[in-house]
Design a protein around this ligand. Sequence first.
Ligand SMILES: [Zn+2]
Length: 369
Amino acid sequence: MGLSTIDRRTFGWSRRAAAIDLAVIAAAILILYAHPGAGWIERTYSGRWYPAIEHALAPFAAAVPFAVGDLLAIPLLAITAWAIVRVVRARNRGARLFAGLGVILRLAAVGAIVAVWFRAAWALNYERIPLATKLDFQTGRITAAELERLTTRVAYGLNLTYTAAHATPERSGPELATTIEPSFREVIARLGNAGPFAGSPPKATVFNPYLASTAITGYTNPFTYEVVLERHLSAFERPFVLAHEWGHLAGFASETAANFIAALTCTRSPDPAVRYSGWLGISFYLPAGEAARLPIDAGVAADIAAIRRGYAERIDRRLFALQWQSYGNYLKANGVANGTASYGAFVDLLVGSAFDERGLPKRRALAGG
Ligand SMILES: [Zn+2]
């Protein structure tokens, strides 16, 4: 192995550094494997702590027009450069092997810190009480007849708002945020978020080519509390996607919840262009058979076809498959058993939940509040 050829000072420093790295990794594993329980998460973390964090920190990123999250790529690149330099500059093969192990350990320690930060900053929200439990929801209500009723409502909503939606000037950034905000706040309050919500106007990212080629419509940065929308989104998609990302920003980590929030925020909005976006968003997740039977006007059909054509043109099939496979694995690792299928599960919530006269879902009376 030739350890004797390694500079003693290098060895001594590396051993202490390695001990610190190992301690950091061990502490992180202990923290990451502690599950405080859905009741505590719902009441204390998602109900009090997280809204306070988001409310305090989101305004910082919201104050600048570019995505602060893009800047996070800089330390990542710097760490990678450091790792390469350290291995390359080692004196000989033995030292290089030793430096290589040290670098792997250091990267693992940095990764462990980021993982703990990610969980504390946002991802604990994955463990809150599911909406199906919180709401007056029954799977028995999800029948073929009820699904058909939803399909008819979607088609009716689309046909009714088509003209007004096309007459509405395109909105983006803060103007779009202001338009959906009142309806969004009502929805999240009903779903258990009565606390503060700062929100953040949607931004663009320098990594847009990646989003476009993998059909990612937007994302929420859990470190900077900002939301990014893909640049090619049509004006008819933007309100739904922003409401979805804001759902994440408000502490609803699950894709089912985010889509449910987007659907209710948009279809209940007083703004016809936002309602059109809501019905359109739901139409993309209807079961295939129902979607094919949508009795929509020719103009609506043309809008849907144009949106589908856009994705087909921008997508890189290999990258797309890789991205969604790994995102499915990520969701499963975070306790979302049905992975990316969780996006469509909000249709079940729409059909199986009871709603009040204002179109808001009724809560189930939970034992102990
Ligand atoms: Zn999402």
